[in-house]
Ligand binder design. Structure first.
Ligand code: SF4
Length: 460
């Protein structure tokens, strides 16, 4: 019979708590998911820093005041550290890549800093600190893909609720070669590096095995995938391989760059039944003069021609975009040209921002040409116009039949589901219906709309 002592030896030691605060884009979300996976043998996710033995802050330097956010969070951690001796703090993401050892030298109790290409080093950085080494810094670029454990941690609080695994976000490239004058990404994430197609395919298969129905491919300029691979493999060829995987029901990708859009891309997107009819393609400005100053490498006519090619073949192809207002030197005329493009394209949605200079970028050296109030006024005009268009687009769906991928519960109606149509509008069911389940692709009729969402009933 097994002795008491043997039983004690066999019992696994309880896992420690890991809390990750993630700022910024889907790329950072993906990295946080990978960090949970890398550390899952020793750590389990917890939902608050107060319960954590290790806190990682995954930073973003694209939006405003990232360093302030980082240092204010580090300030909050100070008190916690006193209450939880032995707790460690690590900083990663774009601010970590940019600031490196400055973060450690700031004396805010950071145990280690690691860059966007150094995620796999985290276990050894933790180990070194446990052994009494001084605070560690690892922010080296790699010119090859850093392969991380495949799949995601089983219990991952960054996936927003119990059902979010139905959509799997999978990174296919890292960094960017474009050097837009306002953007810090090429500095913080380095030149573009594509991931091997076999590894991407393996990760997709694992996601499908875990129940994912929709695959979202991530890359800064996702459609320039593969240009650095030898032999080269185009983004379209990669899409084709993923579409052939049994169990993949839907494919999306963020974000294609207009300069890299070619005929084979358009042909594939409009004709492959698994590719959702929604493209998020950043415009940034409708004025050629401003696009040149932004170093965006395409002109308004090229952008409009892509939309025309897509919508002439798929009239309800949803297009969403990013727009910056108040770029240095933007005149009233430039701004009007952006509004004109909005009226021509009639985007389903726009993510718009007032220009704010990122230190270290070429645009920061151009100097501001408008006050903040003037920028915000333009932003309000643009957003009001978009709201009207979005509302009209939502209204146009009422009465139509379409397909919804059910990916979560409706927070406001008990036992009801929510999901998305291929065009990415969110759909709510406001009554429980027999035969619906999480992960199902349901044929529905859109019966109403709210401010930002559609209301659907299943077709019997
Ligand atoms: S394409 Fe331009 S905006 Fe996008 S990541 Fe690259 S440099 Fe930044």
């Amino acid at each position: 019979m097994e002795s008491e002592q043997e039983k004690k030896v066999a019992a696994p030691s309880p896992k420690k708590g890991l809390f990750i605060r993630t700022y910024g884009c889907q790329m950072n979300e993906y990295d946080s998911q990978k960090l949970y996976k890398i550390l899952e043998k020793e750590y389990q996710p917890v939902d608050a820093p107060e319960k954590a033995d290790l806190v990682l802050i995954n930073t973003c330097s694209v939006r405003e005041k990232p360093e302030q956010k980082l240092y204010s969070m580090l300030g909050e951690m100070k008190g916690l550290r006193r209450e939880r001796p032995g707790m460690m703090i690590g900083v990663c993401g774009c601010v970590a890549q940019q600031e490196g050892d400055k973060i450690v030298k700031a004396g805010r109790g950071v145990d280690f800093v690691f860059g966007t290409h150094n995620l796999s080093l985290v276990p050894s950085l933790i180990q070194l600190r446990k052994q009494g080494a001084p605070p560690q810094v690892a922010v080296n670029y790699r010119d090859e893909w850093e392969e991380l454990p495949l799949g995601f941690a089983e219990s991952d609080p960054t996936r927003h609720g119990q059902t979010a695994h139905i959509t799997a976000f999978i990174s296919i490239s890292r960094g960017c070669n474009k050097n837009c004058t306002y953007c810090i990404v090429p500095t913080t994430r380095g030149p573009e590096v594509s991931r091997a197609a076999d590894e991407i395919e393996r990760e997709v298969r694992i996601a499908v095995h875990r129940g994912s129905k929709e695959i979202v491919l991530l890359g800064q300029t996702v459609n320039s995938y593969g240009l650095d691979l030898s032999p080269r493999l185009s983004f379209v060829k990669l899409l084709d391989r993923i579409a052939a995987i049994p169990g993949v029901e839907r494919i999306r990708f963020i974000s294609p760059h207009p300069q890299e859009v070619r005929k084979d891309f358009i042909d594939f997107v409009v004709s492959n039944p698994k590719v959702c009819h929604h493209i998020h393609m950043p415009l940034q400005s409708g004025s050629d003069r401003i696009l040149r100053l932004m170093r965006r490498n395409y002109r308004r006519s090229k952008y409009l021609s892509i939309i025309e090619q897509l919508r002439s073949r798929v009239p309800d192809m949803a297009i969403t975009t990013d727009i910056i207002v108040g770029f240095p030197g933007e005149t009233e005329q430039d701004f009007r040209e952006t509004l004109e493009v909005m009226d021509i394209v009639r985007f389903e949605n726009t993510f718009s921002y007032a220009f704010s200079a990122r230190p270290g970028t070429a645009a920061a050296a151009m100097g501001e040409s408008m006050t903040q109030e003037e920028k915000l006024e333009r932003l309000q005009v643009l957003q009001a116009r978009q709201e009207k268009i979005t509302d009209e687009k939502l209204a146009s769906w009422v009465g139509r039949e379409t397909e919804v991928l059910i990916d979560n519960y409706n927070r406001f109606h008990e036992n009801c589901f929510q999901g998305r149509i291929p065009q990415n509008f969110m759909v709510n069911f406001v009554k429980p219906f027999e035969g619906l389940s999480l992960g199902a692709l349901a044929r529905v009729r859109i019966v109403d709309r709210k401010r930002f969402t559609l209301i659907a009933e299943p077709l019997s």
